[in-house]
Design a protein around this ligand. Sequence first.
Ligand code: SAM
Length: 434
Amino acid sequence: MALNTRAIAANVLTLIAGKGKSLDTVLGKALDPVEDPRDRAFAQELVYGVLRWYWRLLAQLQSLLCRPLRERDRDIEMLLLIGLYQLQYLSTPTHAAVGATVDACVGIKKAWAKRLINGTLRNAVRRAPELDKLVMSSVAKRTAHLEWFVRALQRDWPRYWETMLAADNDYPPCSLRVNARRGSRDEYLQRLMVAGIGARATRYAEHGIRLDKPVPVGSLPGFEQGSVSIQDEAAQLAVDVLDLPDCARVLDACAAPGGKTAHILESPIRQLSVVAIDRFDHRIALLRDTMHRLGLSAVIHRTDAARVNDWWDGVPFERILIDAPCSGSGVIRRHPDIKIHRREEDIPRLVDQQIHLLNSLWLLLKPGGKLIYGTCSVLKAENDEVVSRFIAGGAGIRIDRIEAPWGVATACGRQIITGEEHMDGFYYARLIKE
Ligand SMILES: C[S@@+](CC[C@H](N)C(=O)[O-])C[C@H]1O[C@@H](n2cnc3c(N)ncnc32)[C@H](O)[C@@H]1O
């Protein structure tokens, strides 16, 4: 069985690192046939762990191999990284880690590689101090990030870049948002206690709870009945930033899977109506599931929100939330494949989309209305720089300062530093139409 979990993890990693697939799309499917929850958890640990430390482990592997492996042997490379990960980060005894990884060659139908894997991993054990030293000379290798990203964080966050890089390699907490329509946070904390699930109230988000340890959603009391949702505390702060008045018509322009749409509708503000948009069918399906589970309703459109003529009925909004598509650089700890996939040249393309959304949707805001621009990015290029470019390009746009006990005030908004109070790295700016 151990053999299968390592082979499955190697296949998943090959799809991600070799074929550019995303973790979310491949992992669930690959784990479906694994019945024992402990095996599933172990395979998942291997995949997440190797992705988290990929650039560091790869640098070490390259120094262990006499020549690079062929492209078609990416799966062997992944198995070797799995071996190194176990040796360096897990408590698996050395002989078991090496032996089981060697055996997994059969699982990926490459029994010929047994000697190569055995020899390389034994070599890694012998040369452990040297391998450690090898990665110490470079921040990028030591922290397992790409060079461009390290440089960007050092430039943008001279005081925080080390903390942020370290937070990217941490295990993220599992946080919940209690559905205020179904009960209070204190009541739900009681239900968790009765269920034997350790948890505490979040510091800043009014309805937030952080679990001591992640649990499967199925074991959360009342999850299916809509008592609670999974949502990071940083994301829950969007509703505070929105500063919702009674009777507001709200546009949630990039809404799926619906975490913030649902939170808006769960709020006690009277007579809110929400138009929720997302561009992709599969994401709209997730949004509909969220609404259905929580018993909420919004007007939903599957379209490009910026193509206003295709969906807007001409009635302006009091509030607009643009939770923009972004690099995801603030949520690397949850999606460590971002470390592999995200390239420097992606940023200008994302910035164009962000500016285009702002320009198109600003016209839909009522005078006196507020637009909230948010990202789960920590890069200034996608945050303050986007907002200041937008302001410079228009008239009657005023920054409405977000006064809050969380995050760091920036030129246009607030940045939550990844890991601050256990939160994801998130950015918010609030603009008023004069
Ligand atoms: C950061 S996610 C939104 C998360 C969501 N607000 C939540 O809290 O659950 C960004 C979403 O924007 C969508 N998107 C990207 N470009 C879009 C566009 N031009 N119009 C509408 N949706 C878009 C993506 O499909 C993605 O679902």
